[in-house]
Write a protein that binds this ligand. Structure first.
Ligand code: NAD
Length: 291
């Protein structure tokens, strides 16, 4: 059995998986591979699947499966798994760090000091304490963020299509209600037809003036043009994103918008998570070969 590690995983993974067969990171051998491990870079499209006749198992290290044609894979008898639980802490901590960094001007303070500026009067901070956080998608990461926000004495609201009660947030029946009441909005829904572009000119009009949005979910859930305009108009107080329309982005209207904070899709990229992802992948392959 050939296992292809197609994207970046923990350096110890080839050794861990060697007990199941040959392990390679040579993408040109995709046609021979029975198991392919991907993260977000490799796109398992219809064409990819058609060019890999031996493929039986795809493991996505991480959560979002929007880079896999799951319907076509199923039609070809290919199993698709993610390592869903592994990334929760890593992404929640990044979302929380962005939520702290925006109102504290952490990046600008650092940058201005390096430029020899002393912005003591200009950099007005605000506190998270007592502010309202709206969570869009109260799943694993949304809930983990709520737990952290509670410790900072934030009030937590959430909207979710089929969650009506949570120990960690007041559930509102519409996204509009959450947006109207939130000082911070954090996005944790998967990219689906129903969530694509859900944060746009019309829905942004529901936000409180000066609200902050943090996106560690998927870029496609947000209309970047509309967010950039809302930042320029001063309607939004800030926007932080880890996620992009492509990795890396081919430009973005956000790059010349004010009060932004960016990271290069590193939500899942903690040392601890890479170890957990490897352990889960190992279990999935173990179950596959021992059926
Ligand atoms: P999850 O499945 O536990 O939570 C997502 C929640 O969104 C679910 O509870 C789901 O019911 C809800 N949801 C589904 N459809 C919805 C809809 N139409 N409207 C509103 N809510 C809807 O997933 P998770 O582990 O919390 O991850 C959430 C997302 O975070 C992933 O789908 C992925 O896109 C993103 N993510 C990003 C990174 C990163 O590196 N930045 C890493 C991991 C995950």
């Amino acid at each position: 059995m050939l296992i292809l590690i197609s994207d970046a995983f923990d350096a110890t993974l080839p050794q861990l998986l060697a007990k199941y067969g040959d392990v390679t990171d040579d993408k040109s051998r995709a046609a021979e591979a029975e198991v392919v491990l991907i993260r977000s870079k490799t796109k398992v499209t219809k064409e990819y699947i058609d060019s890999a006749p031996n493929l039986k198992l795809v493991i996505r290290g991480g959560v979002g499966l929007d880079n896999v044609d799951q319907v076509y894979a199923k039609s070809k008898g290919i199993e698709v798994h993610n390592t869903a639980d592994a990334s929760t802490t890593a992404v929640a901590e990044l979302a929380f760090s962005m939520m702290i960094a925006l109102p504290n001007h952490t990046a600008k303070a650092d940058q201005s000091m390096r430029e020899g500026k002393w912005l003591k009067k200009e950099l007005k901070r605000t506190e998270l304490h007592g502010k309202t956080l709206g969570i869009v998608g109260m799943g694993r990461i949304g809930t983990a963020l709520a737990v952290r926000a509670r410790a900072f004495r934030m009030r937590i609201l959430a909207w979710h299509p089929d969650v009506y009660f949570s120990d960690f947030a007041e559930i509102r029946s519409t996204l509009k209600e959450v947006m109207q009441e939130s000082d911070y909005l954090s996005i944790h829904v998967p990219l689906l037809d129903e969530t694509r572009g859900m944060i746009n000119k019309e829905t942004l009009a529901n936000c409180k003036k000066g609200a902050y949005i943090i996106n560690t979910g998927r870029s496609g859930c947000v209309n970047e043009e509309d967010v950039a305009q809302a930042l320029k108009d001063g309607h939004l107080g800030g926007y932080a994103t880890d996620v992009w329309l492509s990795d890396p982005p081919d430009g973005s209207p956000l790059f010349d918008a004010p009060n932004t904070l960016f990271s290069p899709h590193i939500g899942a990229s903690t040392k601890e998570n890479m170890t957990r992802i490897g352990e889960v992948a190992d279990k999935i392959i173990f179950e596959y070969v021992n059926r």
